[in-house]
Design a protein around this ligand. Structure first.
Ligand code: SF4
Ligand code: SF4
Length: 325
């Protein structure tokens, strides 16, 4: 087991060994996952960070290249070298990273994401508390689930049990002189009040593309995109040029199927109406990703429920879809 003080010393040591350290820090907008200089600033008491690990592997704005029209040159910009420690994310966010890995590293690989993942170690902090929006257990995970974590820290009183779950985690612990704990049990995980039954959902989605239920489940959605920006598994992006008369940069930015301009073609918009865009978001998570990589692209962290300004509740939507005949 390790005390909080010793843990903070280990994070300091990782910084001294040239790891860029990302960790939860309290800000005006809530607890954010950010690059830190001082481990003393780490917040241990939050349920979830506002933003997710997605910010580290797939930044919301990323410069891909610089160009100069007059000189007729274009140079790629890469920032994917150097080691990264992500400390203190929750198990649902680590599980989401595993889903992003399956989507972005495979038959077609996003080389920038893959390079960032290659140099990233995830030291996850198991949950001591949950709130009314958490439903990770219903999605096959849990407050102490190790999926996606290289190292999982399980709370036990004021200390932490250290478990490594990957060769990368073992190597990282060795590098910092830490020893994983074997047969020690941590504090029990928090009980999740919220549960949703999704049995049969995929079969329903396989055949209900044109069902009128999409109008009713999306009637409060205004296509603001907040649920996308908060979601740890949504990963769509756009590529734009930001330029003056001669020089400029090619940028990659997060984008979402919630927006009316997303997938707009020269001739028309194939997803007319908010119900079609909301359907795309649900289909992408609960059908298309299952078809493509055999994983549901939702970990039940509930961020979309907390974020929606109009009270669209994913669990209620899933229940309505499962119960629909
Ligand atoms: S946050 Fe709510 S209103 Fe905004 S796009 Fe998502 S479901 Fe629609
Ligand atoms: S859809 Fe909602 S609950 Fe599922 S992973 Fe995304 S934000 Fe979390």
């Amino acid at each position: 087991m390790i005390s909080k003080e010793r843990l903070l010393d280990a994070i300091r040591e990782a910084g001294a060994k040239d790891y860029a350290v990302f960790a939860p820090v309290a800000k005006d907008a809530g607890v954010m996952l950010e690059e830190i200089d001082d481990p003393a600033s780490i917040n241990f008491d939050h349920v979830l960070t506002v933003n997710t690990l997605k910010d580290v592997g797939l930044p919301r704005v990323e410069a891909l290249a610089e160009f100069d029209r007059d000189a007729r040159t274009m140079e790629a910009i890469r920032d994917d070298d150097g080691k990264v420690l992500v400390f203190g994310s929750r198990p649902c966010d680590a599980a989401a990273q595993k889903i992003l890995d399956a989507i972005l590293i495979g038959e077609i690989t996003d080389s920038r994401y893959a390079a960032r993942r290659e140099r990233m170690v995830m030291m996850t902090l198991a949950c001591s508390t949950a709130d009314d929006a958490c439903f990770c257990s219903s999605m096959g995970y849990g407050p102490h689930d190790p999926t996606g974590s290289d190292v999982l820290l399980l709370p036990k009183g004021t200390e932490f049990i250290v478990r490594s779950h990957t060769p990368r985690g073992e190597e990282f612990l060795r590098e910092l002189g830490m020893t994983p704990d074997a047969d020690v049990e941590g504090d029990p995980p928090p009980e999740l009040k919220r549960k949703v039954e999704t049995g049969g959902l995929k079969e329903k989605l396989d055949k209900n593309f044109d069902d009128p239920i999409w109008n009713s489940v999306s009637e409060n959605c205004v296509s603001c995109g907040a649920c996308f920006y908060m979601c740890p598994t949504c990963h769509c992006f756009d590529v734009i040029d930001e330029s003056g008369l001669s020089r400029g940069r090619r940028l990659r930015l997060w984008d979402t199927c919630s927006f009316a301009g997303f997938t707009k073609m020269a001739s028309h918009q194939p997803r007319v109406g908010r119900h079609a865009r909301y359907r795309q978001r649900i289909m992408h998570k609960f059908k298309y990703t299952v078809d493509n990589v055999n994983l549901v692209a939702c970990v039940g962290d509930g961020r979309c429920i907390r974020a929606c300004p109009y009270g669209v509740d994913l669990c209620e939507v899933l229940e309505a879809l499962v119960g629909n005949e």
